[in-house]
Structure formats: structure tokens, C-alpha cells
Design a protein around this ligand. Structure first.
Ligand code: PA5
Length: 426
């Protein structure tokens, strides 16, 4: 079976071999700590089992029912409770055609205008709501859900409304669980030992993805495939988790403070957003950690490209590179050739984009920007499942390499306590 691979040849000349060697040893040790549950935050390593959950059959059933009954489904959640599903859904659904049912998102901001427009937009829709919050108390989704609950109950009556709402939350704690029990909503549980940003392969990610009509079984199969080929028994030269974690940790130690994850496929925008959250919240603590940034090329070559080529040499890039395209749009010969593009005759857009990627890699190498290339055979559920689990595992290893707990997020509490004080929360 094909798998994603890593090409480090565009990073090698920047790596001090002693620093790399010591980071390979660290990564090997970190991976064993993760597998044996002996590292920091070990009560949050339940995500290691998520590719093997058998809950997907129930999820597929529930999704089928909702897909038949509703034209619009609103996914309410923030951070780890929505970015993973949005990443997969936007990677694999049509950019222009409205999906059926249409999937929209709420609870990921506190913008009044957004909520006002959302409430107006769903006025004449036959809609359902999936509300996702592990703690069940996060302000943004709680406010959005309060508004949507009022709307749905007003429109359909309490009993019908309850059959249009699914809550994904803790098994016993939190305001959302309390509401779900008292109103009789269908619920799915987020396991205690799985943190938000590691929860894509639980109902948090899988239900919305199945509601969008995508194949969650293939995603899980992809995750299993990567899991089996990245255990601590597999040596560095064949283990992409050890490779990615070791190279990025070594580059960080050698003064590269920013990692840019980029793709030449704009459908990867939310996957990069998901990765930013996963790595930013997991590593950025105790005054340490690579700053995760994201770019979409070739779009951003016309904006941030200047900085990457020529600005402060504190960054490296990781490229999500697809091996195969799918559409096959060919540039045809034009008799007049007024635009001068006949030199591209018979080339597909995919091939042209690939040349932009290769040309940029060479230019950035000359500009002293190390590059790690993650090769993905194709954009589909199986390979995205691989990518998700690969990034989760490599994130945990990288966090342990830094000696931080990759599974907590004490820093996000500061703004909340200030905001609550300012709002007079009892
Ligand atoms: O990764 C995390 O833990 C966070 O990003 C959470 O997912 C986010 O804060 C939402 O939390 P909750 O699911 O409790 O509403």
C-alpha cells in the first residue's frame, strides 16, 4: 500500500550532523515514552487508539439519517473541536458547488455580524445542529449554541428541535452534557484521555466528515497504516515520524524559530490551520517552541514569498506535495498565441504547478531556507487519514523532544480569566 513519505534532501545541507544525531536519539526515546505512556501528560495519550475505534459504524448510520433529512448542518465548535473536520471536509469537497447537505460552521468566533448573518441565512433552511465541546463550557460555542437552540426551537418546536441536535461532549461533566441530558439530545462522547486537538479521529471529527458524505472508514484505514509503519520498532530511515520530528527539532536548535507549512493546493488551507493549532498549542510553552505559520502557494509567492526568499533567516518550510493530480486540465495550442503561453502546450495545470513548486524549492534553497517535503500520493480520504495521524504522532514526539507536555494548554486560560472578569462572570 502506498504511503506518504518524507524527502529531507532540501534540508540536509543546513543540518549539523551532531545536532541531527542527538535529535534522532531524543525522538526515538520520545516515541518509546509515548508508546509506553511514561512521558508528561500521559493521561492524554488516548488518541493513540483513535484509528482503531469501532464507533464509526454508528457514526455512519447517524450521518446517513441526517444527510437524508436536512439541507443544512451547522457544526458548532472551536479549536480542536472543529478544525480537524473542517480541514478534511474542505480538502475533499468541491470548492464551488454547494454540498448537499450544506455544512456550515459556528461557535468559532465572537463576531456579532457573523452570528447575525448566520441566523438570517438559516431562516429558510431545513437545518440541524451538531454542537461539539469537550469541556462543555467554552464561551464561543456556548454562545452560538444558545442562539441556535433558541432559533431551532422557535422554528420547529422543542420536540422536533431535539431530534435535530447532536451533542458531542464529555461523558458526564459540563454544561453541554447537562443540557443534552435534560433536552434528550443524541450524544457522542469525547474520551477523557483525548485532548481537543488530538480528537479528529473520534466523533468530534468523524461525524461532521461523514455528514459531508466522505468515507470515514478510509480515513481510519489511512491512520492505521501510518500507525503501523511508525512504531518505535521501525528505524529512522524508514520511520517518517522520527524523521520529521528529528529534523524539525534539530533545525529549531540551530536557530530556526518559524516553521511554515505550505501547499500548492488551496484546498489544504484548513488542514494547515489545523496543523497550526496542533503544533502551536502543543509546543508553544515554557518559553519554547517553533512558531507554526502557514502559506498557500503560488498565491503567497506574490506576497510572503519575498520574505521567505530574502527576509530574516529564522525559518524553514515544510511542503505538502501531491504526487498526482486529478482533473487533467491541459493547456492547448492557440493559433494567435497573444498571451505567449504556447510554450505550455499539452501541459496540465498540475504539471505547471509542480514546476512552480520545484522552482520555488530551488530558489528557497539558494536563499538558505531549509525545506522538508512531505510527499502525498493523492488528495483522498486514505492519504489524509495518514497525514492526520502522522502529524499527531510527530507532534507528540516533538513536544517530548522539547521537554514540554504536548497535551496541555495552560497559556489559553489567561485571556479567558481576564475576559470573564471583565464580563462579570460569577
Ligand atoms: O486543543 C484543545 O484542547 C483546544 O483547542 C480545544 O479544542 C478548544 O479550546 C475547544 O475546547 P472545548 O472542546 O472544550 O470547547
Amino acid at each position: 500500500m502506498d504511503r506518504i513519505t518524507i524527502n529531507s534532501s532540501y534540508a540536509n545541507k543546513f543540518l549539523d550532523s551532531n545536532v541531527l544525531e542527538s535529535n534522532i536519539s531524543k525522538s526515538e526515546k520520545s516515541l518509546i515514552e509515548i508508546e509506553t505512556g511514561s512521558g508528561r501528560g500521559n493521561d492524554f495519550t488516548g488518541w493513540l487508539n483513535t484509528p482503531y475505534s469501532d464507533e464509526y459504524l454508528e457514526i455512519i448510520d447517524v450521518a446517513k439519517n441526517f444527510r437524508e433529512r436536512f439541507d443544512t448542518i451547522i457544526i458548532v465548535g472551536i479549536g480542536g473541536s472543529y478544525l480537524g473536520s473542517r480541514a478534511i471536509i474542505s480538502s475533499l469537497t468541491d470548492t464551488f458547488k454547494k454540498s448537499q447537505p450544506e455544512i456550515i460552521y459556528a461557535g468559532n468566533n465572537l463576531c456579532e455580524q457573523y452570528h447575525c448573518e448566520l441566523l438570517q441565512y438559516i431562516d429558510d433552511k431545513n437545518f440541524a445542529v451538531i454542537v461539539i465541546s469537550k469541556s462543555g463550557t467554552t464561551t464561543e460555542p456556548a454562545i452560538a449554541f444558545r442562539l441556535l437552540k433558541e432559533k431551532i426551537e422557535k422554528k420547529y418546536g422543542k420536540a422536533d428541535a431535539a431530534s435535530r441536535i447532536i451533542a458531542i461532549t464529555d461523558k458526564s461533566k459540563g454544561a453541554l452534557k447537562k443540557t443534552a441530558d435534560s433536552e434528550g439530545y443524541k450524544t457522542f462522547v469525547i474520551p477523557d484521555d483525548v485532548g481537543g486537538r488530538f480528537s479528529v479521529l473520534t466523533p468530534v471529527g468523524l461525524l461532521p466528515i461523514a455528514l459531508a458524505g466522505l468515507d470515514i472508514f478510509e480515513i481510519l484505514k489511512g491512520a492505521q497504516e501510518i500507525d503501523n509503519h511508525t512504531t518505535s520498532a521501525i528505524q529512522y530511515d524508514r520511520n517518517i515520524v522520527l524523521q520529521y520530528a528529528s529534523i524539525r527539532s534539530a533545525l529549531y536548535q540551530q536557530g530556526k524559530k518559524i516553521e511554515i507549512l505550505l501547499s500548492y493546493n488551496p484546498k489544504m488551507y484548513f488542514l494547515i490551520e489545523w496543523w497550526k493549532q496542533l503544533y502551536g498549542e502543543s509546543e508553544g510553552k515554557e518559553g519554547k517552541g517553533l512558531f507554526p505559520a502557514g502559506l498557500i502557494n503560488t498565491t503567497d509567492l506574490h506576497s510572503m514569498g519575498q520574505y521567505v526568499q530574502d527576509g530574516e533567516r529564522i525559518l524553514f518550510e515544510t511542503v505538502l506535495s501531491f504526487e498526482r493530480g486529478s482533473a487533467g486540465i491541459v493547456i492547448e495550442k492557440n493559433e494567435d498565441n497573444l498571451d505567449g503561453l504556447n510554450y505550455l502546450e499539452n501541459k496540465t495545470i498540475f504539471e505547471i504547478n509542480k514546476k512552480a513548486e520545484e522552482g520555488t524549492l530551488m530558489a528557497h534553497l539558494d536563499g538558505n531556507v531549509p525545506n522538508i517535503v512531505i510527499s502525498i500520493p493523492e488528495n483522498n480520504e486514505f492519504y489524509l487519514g495518514q497525514l492526520i495521524f502522522f502529524f499527531e504522532k510527530a507532534c507528540a514526539v516533538s513536544g517530548y523532544n522539547l521537554s514540554v507536555n504536548p497535551f496541555d494548554q495552560p497559556g489559553v486560560e489567561m485571556y479567558k480569566s481576564n475576559m470573564f472578569k471583565l464580563l462579570g462572570k460569577p
